[in-house]
Design a protein around this ligand. Structure first.
Ligand code: ATP
Ligand code: MN
Length: 479
C-alpha cells in the first residue's frame, strides 16, 4: 500500500478507500471503547481524524500514541460524523514509529507563547501556527519565481561572498580564514588581508544589486532571490541579520516602469496567497484576531483576509518625498511632538514611525515615495534635474513601513563617477561596475523586496523572527 498525504485524503478521499497515512499525533482523546487521534503530516493545517476501536486495538501500542509521536496508520476511510471534516479514517492498524515521551515533549496541546516557541524553533514547525507560516512561505517563494518566469525574467545567482562594500551599508560580516588570535600584520600593524583566503578582505553580501545590474545589462530583465546579511545591531521586529531578498533589475526601465512592476509584483504575490493558501490564511486570521482581542478598538488592525483584498483592490498612492515631508510636518503627532524623531524639513531621513503614519493614518493605503534627497540615498541612484533629489522609490506598507527599496540607476558615467568621488566610494575597486556605464550603457532600474517583510504582511505576524524558520539576529544563532 502506498502512502497518502492527509491533504489528499481530506480533499479527494472517498469513503471505502483503503489507505495508509504517516504523520504525527496532535491530540488523542476518547474512552475505553473508542479513541480519536488527530493526525497531521504537515501537508495541511487540517488534521485527519483517526478513529480507533479500543476493543480491537493493541492497548500497549495505543499507550504510546501520544502528542508528538510519529505513527503509521492503515485503515478504511469513512464519512465523518462531526470531526469538522468530511472524511475520517477507521484506524485498523497503528504502528508507532517514534514515541514522544509526554513528560519530556515540550509541545503539548495548549497555547504556547511565541517567545517560548522561538526558544524551541527546532520543534515549532510542528505547531499549527508555524506549519501555516511554513506552507505560506513556500507558496510565496514559488509565486516569486512564477511571476518573473511568466514575464521572461532570467533568474541570476549573485555571489554570497563579496569583496565590495559598495552599498555603503557598512555593517557587514567578515569572511576570513585568518587566525583570529594571531593574524598576519602589515608593516603598519594592520591586518594583512592579502594573506587571507581570497587575497583581500571579503564579506557576506548585503545585496545582489550591483552584480544584478551587470546581468541586466546583458540579459535585459533579471532577478535574484538570495540570502543577504547585515551586521547592523538593530534589534527590531522588522530586522534580521540574515534575510532573503528578491532583487529584479531591468534594462530600459525608468522609475515609472519600475514602480509599475513593483506594484504588480506585490499584488500578484498577495493574490497568489488568497487563491492558494486560504486554509492557512483563515487560521492566521483567527490567530491575529485572538491576539488583538485585548487591544483597544482603535489599535486593532484590519482582519487579515480583508486587508489582503483591500491592498489588491486599490492603487498604491504615489507621491514625492517632499510632499510626504509636508504632510508629516503638518501632522498632529509632529506638532504635538509625539514622534520620537521630529520631522525637520527636506533632508530628514524618514523613520519607521513616519512611514507608518503616512500609510496607516494619513493615506490608509500602501504608498510609493519617490524623489528622495540625494544625500540620504546610495550613490548609484539617478539624479533628477533639480540636482537635489534622486529617482528613488520606496514602497511603504501598513504595519511594516518599508517593504521595497528601489531606484532608477545612474547610467551616465561622468555623473556617476563624480557622485562616487563626492561620497567616497572607491572607483578603482568598482571598475567592473563602471564598465556597464562605459560600454553600452542604458537607462535601467531595479528594486529589492525583503522577503520576510512580505511574509509579515501576508501572514499578519508581527515579529520578523516568526516568519523565517531559524532566525539570525544579534546574539541569536541557535539551531
Ligand atoms: P530599513 O530602513 O527598514 O532598515 P533599508 O533601507 O536598510 O531598510 P534596503 O537596503 O533598501 O533597506 O533593502 C531592501 C529591502 O530589504 C527593504 O525594503 C526591506 O524590505 C528589506 N530589509 C532591509 N533590511 C532588512 C533586515 N535587516 N531584515 C529584513 N529585511 C530587511
Ligand atoms: Mn536598514
Amino acid at each position: 500500500m502506498t502512502r497518502s498525504k492527509v491533504v489528499e485524503l481530506l480533499n479527494n478521499g472517498n469513503a471505502g478507500d483503503s489507505v495508509t497515512v504517516y504523520g504525527w499525533v496532535r491530540t488523542k482523546r476518547g474512552n475505553k471503547q473508542i479513541n480519536f487521534v488527530a493526525l497531521n503530516d504537515g501537508s495541511t493545517i487540517n488534521n485527519l481524524q483517526v478513529v480507533v476501536d479500543m476493543e480491537k486495538a493493541d492497548e500497549a501500542v495505543m499507550k504510546k500514541v501520544t502528542t508528538g509521536a510519529a505513527v503509521a496508520v492503515s485503515g478504511t476511510l469513512t464519512e465523518s460524523q462531526g470531526s469538522g471534516q468530511n472524511i475520517e479514517l477507521n484506524g485498523e492498524s497503528i504502528e508507532v514509529l517514534g514515541e514522544a515521551n509526554p513528560e519530556k515533549y515540550p509541545l503539548q496541546p495548549k497555547r504556547h507563547s511565541l517567545e517560548f516557541l522561538r526558544e524551541i524553533a527546532h520543534l515549532r514547525m510542528r505547531t499549527n501556527l508555524f506549519g501555516s507560516i511554513s506552507r505560506l512561505r513556500h507558496a510565496m517563494i514559488f509565486a516569486v519565481h512564477e511571476f518573473f518566469n511568466s514575464k521572461g525574467f532570467i533568474n541570476v545567482h549573485t555571489p554570497i561572498i563579496t569583496a565590495s562594500d559598495a552599498e555603503g551599508a557598512g555593517e557587514m560580516f567578515r569572511v576570513t580564514t585568518l587566525d583570529a588570535k594571531n593574524p598576519p600584520l602589515t608593516e603598519e600593524g594592520e591586518i594583512d588581508w592579502k594573506q587571507d583566503f581570497f587575497g583581500k578582505a571579503t564579506n557576506l553580501t548585503v545585496s545582489g544589486q550591483l552584480e544584478g545590474e551587470l546581468a541586466a545589462m546583458a540579459m535585459g530583465e533579471i532577478y535574484t532571490f538570495g540570502p543577504t546579511f547585515r551586521a547592523e545591531n538593530s534589534n527590531t521586529t522588522r530586522h534580521l541579520s540574515e534575510f532573503w531578498m528578491i532583487e529584479p533589475e531591468m534594462a530600459f526601465y525608468d522609475i515609472v516602469d519600475n514602480m509599475d512592476l513593483a506594484e504588480e509584483f506585490l499584488k500578484y504575490l498577495i493574490k497568489y496567497a488568497l487563491d492558494n493558501c486560504m486554509d492557512d490564511l483563515k487560521f492566521l486570521s483567527q490567530r491575529l484576531q485572538q491576539e488583538e482581542k485585548n487591544k483597544p478598538q482603535a489599535e486593532r488592525s484590519m482582519e487579515l483576509i480583508e486587508k489582503l483584498e483591500f491592498v489588491l483592490a486599490n492603487d498604491f498612492v504615489r507621491l514625492t518625498y517632499t510632499e510626504a515631508i509636508n504632510i508629516l510636518e503638518n501632522s498632529k503627532p509632529n506638532k504635538k511632538k509625539k514622534f520620537q524623531y521630529p520631522v525637520e524639513g527636506f533632508g530628514t531621513d524618514l523613520q519607521s514611525e513616519h512611514e507608518r503614519y503616512l500609510v496607516e493614518k494619513h493615506f490608509k493605503k500602501p504608498v510609493i515615495l519617490t524623489d528622495y534627497p540625494a544625500s540620504i540615498k546610495a550613490f548609484y541612484m539617478k539624479e533628477n534635474e533639480d540636482g537635489k533629489t534622486v529617482r528613488a522609490m520606496d514602497i511603504l506598507f501598513p504595519g511594516i513601513g518599508e517593504i521595497v527599496g528601489g531606484s532608477q540607476r545612474e547610467e551616465n558615467l561622468d555623473v556617476l563617477e563624480a557622485k562616487m568621488d563626492k561620497m567616497g566610494v572607491p572607483k578603482e575597486e568598482m571598475s567592473w561596475y563602471l564598465d556597464t556605464r562605459r560600454f553600452g550603457s542604458a537607462v535601467h532600474s531595479g528594486f529589492g523586496l525583503g522577503f520576510e517583510r512580505l511574509m509579515l504582511f501576508v501572514s499578519g505576524m508581527t515579529n520578523i523572527r516568526d516568519v523565517i524558520p531559524f532566525p539570525r539576529a544579534p546574539k541569536q544563532a541557535e539551531f
